[in-house]
Design a protein around this ligand. Structure first.
Ligand code: AMP
Length: 254
């Protein structure tokens, strides 16, 4: 079976940035902050590209849903080697409140439109840590799913997916079409080279709205408050083990 792969590429605050909460506790500061492709999505793109290089996939389509700047994220995927890209525009408060279910509904429409038979997403987006989109999409499509993949082998109409589970590795066989989510050890994503960054500017990038796909992205969840994690108390040094035990007793920890 020749694979037509749709890959999720979420634009998130760069993993190296120290995230700050807005003064009114309504969310985190995103303006003027460096954003990048969700790191697990880079791994998902790499996996799709490897399938294409192995002649197992015929086309790799990168998808991103969010504000206009998602185009930059998609250009990165195209520069890595994706064939085409689709940007579904959702802006402002609507995007900030959007839940994984809405993304899954959008992806379902794209799967049908593009006749994709494999979707690769990251195991989670590092901004909301939801770890829901892939599973919901598999549910909506009635497809099999192989989550937290650390190895994928195509075996005819099936995929052998090695999954990272507590205490080890589990190998599952999933029948195509399928949704796979990429874990950290699946691969090391390639860097986009300068010539490929130039070439990516000419690759097709479709733009549409959620409404064009007939998806209502209105959220049924509202964020009550976002706050900084509690500040860690400073530690103190003790001279000896008996001192340590004494201190722990004083603090009621023993
Ligand atoms: P989450 O369920 O939010 O943790 O996201 C899991 C994965 O779904 C991400 O790693 C992406 O591959 C995909 N995904 C979620 N939201 C988006 C989005 N707005 N645009 C593109 N892909 C997304």
């Amino acid at each position: 079976m020749s694979l037509r792969v749709l890959v999720g590429c979420k634009r998130v605050i760069d993993y190296a940035v120290k995230v700050r909460v807005k003064p009114d506790s309504s969310g985190v500061v995103t303006q003027g902050v460096k954003h990048s492709m969700n790191p697990f999505d880079e791994i998902a793109v790499e996996q799709a590209l490897q399938l294409k290089e192995q002649k197992l996939a015929s086309e790799v389509v990168a998808f991103s849903c969010g504000p206009a700047q998602c185009v930059e994220t998609l250009r990165t995927a195209l520069a890595m080697g994706a064939d085409r890209a689709i940007h579904v525009n959702v802006e402002g408060a609507e995007y900030e409140n959007m839940q994984p279910l809405a993304v899954a509904k959008i992806m379902k429409k794209l799967v049908e439109k593009e006749e994709a038979n494999l979707v690769i997403v990251g195991k989670q987006a590092i901004d909301d840590d939801c770890n829901q989109t892939g599973q919901m999409l598999a549910g909506l499509l009635g497809w099999s799913q192989g989550t937290f993949a650390s190895k994928i082998d195509v075996d005819g109409e099936q995929l052998n997916v090695v999954r990272e589970v507590d205490g080890g590795l589990e190998t599952v066989q999933v029948r195509l079409p399928s949704v796979v989510s990429a874990d950290l050890r699946l691969n090391t994503p390639r860097y986009a080279t300068l010539p490929n960054i130039m070439k990516a500017k000419k690759k097709p990038l479709d733009k549409m709205s959620a409404g064009d796909l007939g998806v209502d992205v209105a959220s049924k969840v509202s964020t009550v408050r976002v706050s900084e994690p509690p500040v860690r108390q400073a530690g103190s040094k003790v001279e000896s083990v008996p001192d340590l035990i004494q201190k722990l007793k004083e603090k009621g920890a023993l």
